[in-house]
Design a protein around this ligand. Structure first.
Ligand code: HEC
Ligand code: HEC
Ligand code: HEC
Ligand code: HEC
Ligand code: HEC
Ligand code: HEC
Ligand code: HEC
Ligand code: HEC
Length: 247
């Protein structure tokens, strides 16, 4: 009990309040709450029964395929291969049960595709994104992109189609005038099969030195002494090349 006297007065008060609250809660649990509300297995079973009673709404992709092999075949080889049928056609168990009476919805309007494809900085690099205000406005997306295999009619013209965030930061940097391909040799196939063929990335200090080493730089290009500046580190450990605004 001696240590209690050593505590500052405020701490003692908080302790008293805490003890009262804790005792109160224990008493309520012991005498007020009915026994069946404290039994975890009872609660779990009740929840499971309630959920199991709900109408099953999603059929699952395996079911759709039984009658729609053609759509599945088209989708399998395309960019949307990982999307399930019902992520676009909505829960369609009722349709699977009685196909001619209940028709599932088909998202034919632009706003549905935009849900996943409008530009958003938090999306992973390389995820195909567009600006719906400028990307072929007004026409429904499905006039040009088959929803089951949305291959564009021609490869994208700019890197920004899939690297919009990098394009945006670069546009405001010292390197705004440099094309992406100055630093990344990009095989044409990268634009249609981005994951199978990737562009090169600079891998040595000398790469930046082509323009920035003393004596070599063109007019107006700031130069550094390659031997001492930054020494053993690669340049982009200190200068992120897409976002140069000084560090
Ligand atoms: C038992 C067979 C069967 C199953 C299972 C089935 N469908 Fe169908 N589906 C049909 C038939 C038949 C039609 C054509 C109905 C008509 O035009 O009268 C159809 C039509 C459709 C249509 C076009 C609707 C329209 O507006 O014309 C879509 C979309 C569709 N199905 C999606 C699905 C999805 C998604 C699933 C999986 C959840 C699914 N189907 C499961 C038989 C099936
Ligand atoms: C990215 C969204 C999306 C996904 C994923 C998708 N669909 Fe569709 N589907 C559509 C749209 C949009 C249409 C309407 C096309 C049109 O009207 O030209 C459609 C049309 C259909 C039709 C009508 C006939 C046709 O081919 O146009 C059927 C049947 C169908 N889908 C079944 C499926 C099945 C089965 C799957 C899964 C294997 C699936 N869809 C996956 C968006 C999708
Ligand atoms: C639920 C999210 C989702 C919806 C909705 C969706 N997509 Fe996609 N889309 C994806 C994914 C995932 C990929 C594949 C990305 C990858 O390969 O990295 C993709 C890829 C694409 C591509 C890229 C092809 C390429 O050249 O890289 C196009 C075009 C496309 N979708 C168009 C559409 C259209 C049109 C619609 C509406 C009918 C639509 N998407 C609806 C998720 C979606
Ligand atoms: C008039 C035809 C047309 C319409 C309508 C259209 N697109 Fe495209 N889309 C294209 C073409 C062509 C390309 C490739 C060239 C380019 O980048 O402009 C493309 C590229 C794309 C890409 C980038 C894919 C890639 O390979 O990088 C996405 C994502 C995309 N479209 C989604 C959509 C969505 C979502 C809509 C509707 C909001 C839509 N498109 C409407 C023709 C169209
Ligand atoms: C159709 C979409 C698409 C287009 C268009 C595209 N890219 Fe990519 N890019 C990707 C994807 C997806 C990845 C990620 C690949 C991975 O992580 O395996 C990627 C990765 C990269 C990488 C990193 C490679 C690595 O080894 O880390 C570079 C660099 C790159 N792209 C540059 C470019 C340049 C430059 C252009 C334009 C000339 C371009 N990309 C056009 C989708 C695209
Ligand atoms: C001045 C040279 C330079 C220019 C111009 C440039 N990059 Fe890069 N990029 C680099 C370097 C260096 C790396 C490697 C960074 C690292 O490894 O940390 C890189 C990395 C990447 C990566 C891999 C992911 C990441 O963010 O590190 C992608 C994707 C990429 N660049 C795309 C582009 C695109 C698209 C453009 C044009 C909009 C572009 N780059 C312009 C030098 C450049
Ligand atoms: C093709 C020539 C070229 C290459 C290659 C190049 N740069 Fe540059 N860089 C420039 C030019 C031109 C400017 C100045 C633009 C201006 O001031 O308007 C610049 C500006 C800079 C600046 C800003 C300097 C300041 O004044 O603060 C830095 C830092 C820089 N570059 C780093 C790099 C790095 C790191 C690499 C390698 C990944 C690289 N550069 C590759 C041409 C190049
Ligand atoms: C250890 C970090 C570090 C590394 C590595 C590094 N830098 Fe720098 N760099 C800086 C700092 C900090 C500044 C700004 C202060 C200064 O001017 O010294 C700078 C400034 C610059 C400038 C602007 C000079 C001016 O006169 O305005 C250029 C150009 C440059 N760096 C290019 C490079 C290149 C090219 C490499 C690779 C060979 C590189 N840097 C490596 C930290 C680094």
């Amino acid at each position: 009990m001696k240590f209690l006297q050593k505590l500052p007065e405020q701490a003692l008060r908080i302790l008293v309040v805490f003890v009262i609250l804790a005792t109160g809660m224990l008493l309520v649990r012991q005498f007020v709450i009915p026994a069946d509300m404290k039994d975890m297995t009872l609660i779990q079973t009740a929840t499971m029964e309630r959920e199991a009673d709900k109408e099953a709404k999603y059929a699952g992709a395996a079911v759709c395929v039984q009658c729609h092999e053609k759509q599945q075949e088209i989708k399998r080889g395309g960019y949307h291969r990982d999307l399930s049928c019902e992520s676009c056609h909505d829960a369609a168990q009722k349709h699977a049960d009685s196909p001619t009476e209940v028709k599932p919805v088909s998202p034919r309007k632009r706003d549905y595709c935009v849900y996943c494809h409008s530009y958003n900085a938090s999306r992973p690099t390389g995820f195909p994104q567009i600006n719906p205000d400028t990307h072929n406005p007004r026409k429904p997306c499905i006039t040009c992109h088959n929803p089951h295999n949305p291959k564009p009619t021609q490869p994208p013209r700019s890197c920004a189609a899939c690297h919009a965030q990098i394009e945006r930061t670069k546009a405001a940097s010292y390197h705004a005038q440099l094309a992406c391909t100055v630093c990344h040799t990009t095989p044409e196939k990268h634009k249609t099969e981005p994951r199978t063929v990737t562009p090169t990335k600079p891998d040595k200090r000398e790469f930046c030195g082509k323009c920035h080493s003393e004596g070599k730089g063109a007019k107006g290009v700031p130069t550094v002494d390659m031997a001492t500046h930054g020494e053993k580190y690669v340049c982009w450990q200190c200068h992120y090349p897409h976002m140069l605004g000084g560090i």
